[in-house]
Design a protein around this ligand. Structure first.
Ligand SMILES: [Zn+2]
Length: 295
């Protein structure tokens, strides 16, 4: 008889740790989303994103910490200010929920064993959560103001190159430091070229320089190939579908109706979560890319 029971590896306690880790990752994402909301509201007004504390836009009263809990407070307060009853935008819980979901997706994208994540895997998770968080902020600012903040795009490029350099060995990281630098140059360069061609043909502004810098940011985190072709293809396709739908519904000129940043963001996130596995097969450019030394 063997009286010594082996320590159970599966089930009970270990399962509880997994649940705990996942909850922490989701809550962390929601807190990042809450910070993004501050950036989304204050950046276009050129206000500090650090202070003062948030206030109700209707009555100006400071928002107490217990009324500022991501998602929860929105539900508890039923989308109304506690003091004046003014409406709270649906964008707050939406950004928090989106970022919480991306946090969980990025965590499982880079961390294989939830029980024993390596420092490199956690670093890759944080780096790419930061990237996606930047894309979320850009999306909501561009939708409302037709502007893409340099604060996000230009700051992300050096951070991205250094970050990729630090975690390039981690499985699943889409590029290495060389690819990151080349991706920034080709990403920005290719969109700048598209902008020039558009200006020559249409004789107007067309795409903004913000889109060019955003594409440089995307290239930094995803590398040059097959990411950039994939992102340009997906975003142009989605942008065209949305533009045509808008024209049909509202009869607007599509040129002024839609910012391009949100579509680039969706293209980049789709690549990061799914496309990286399939893009090379979907886009038969391998011989050309290897020919010019990018593959
Ligand atoms: Zn109020």
């Amino acid at each position: 008889m063997n009286d010594i029971h082996p320590i159970p590896v599966e089930g009970g306690f270990v399962g509880l740790i997994s649940v705990y880790v996942n909850v922490v990752v989701v809550v962390f994402g929601a807190i990042v989303g809450s910070f993004l909301n501050v950036v989304i509201v204050r950046w276009p007004k050129e206000q500090s994103i650090v202070k003062p504390r948030s206030a109700c836009p209707h009555c100006g009263r400071m928002i107490a910490w217990y009324d500022n809990i991501p998602v929860v407070s929105f539900v508890v307060l039923r989308a109304r200010c506690r003091h004046c009853g003014g409406p709270i935008s649906w964008r707050y819980p939406l950004v928090e929920l989106l970022t919480a979901a991306f946090s969980l997706l990025m965590f499982h994208r880079f961390v294989g064993d939830v029980q024993h994540p390596s420092p490199g895997q956690v670093g890759a998770y944080l780096l790419y959560l930061g990237f996606v968080a930047g894309l979320v902020a850009i999306t909501f600012i561009d939708l409302e103001h037709y502007l893409i903040p340099d604060l996000v795009t230009l700051t992300s490029i050096p951070i991205g190159i250094l970050g990729v350099w630090a975690v390039e060995q981690v499985p699943g990281v889409p590029t290495d430091v060389r690819g990151s630098v080349i991706g920034a140059l080709i990403g920005g360069g290719s969109l700048y070229l598209m902008r020039l061609i558009y200006q020559l043909i249409r004789k107007d502004e067309g795409m903004g320089l913000g889109d060019v810098k955003m594409m440089a940011m995307i290239g930094t985190f995803l590398g040059p190939h097959p990411a950039l072709v994939f992102v340009i293809f997906v975003s142009s396709f989605l942008g065209s579908v949305a533009g045509i739908t808008m024209m049909a519904l509202k009869g607007k000129d599509l040129k002024y109706a839609l910012p391009f940043g949100p579509f680039l963001a969706v293209g980049a996130i789709v690549y990061l979560l799914w496309g990286f596995r399939h893009a090379a097969r979907l886009l038969p450019l391998e011989p050309f890319v290897r020919g010019i030394g990018l593959g």
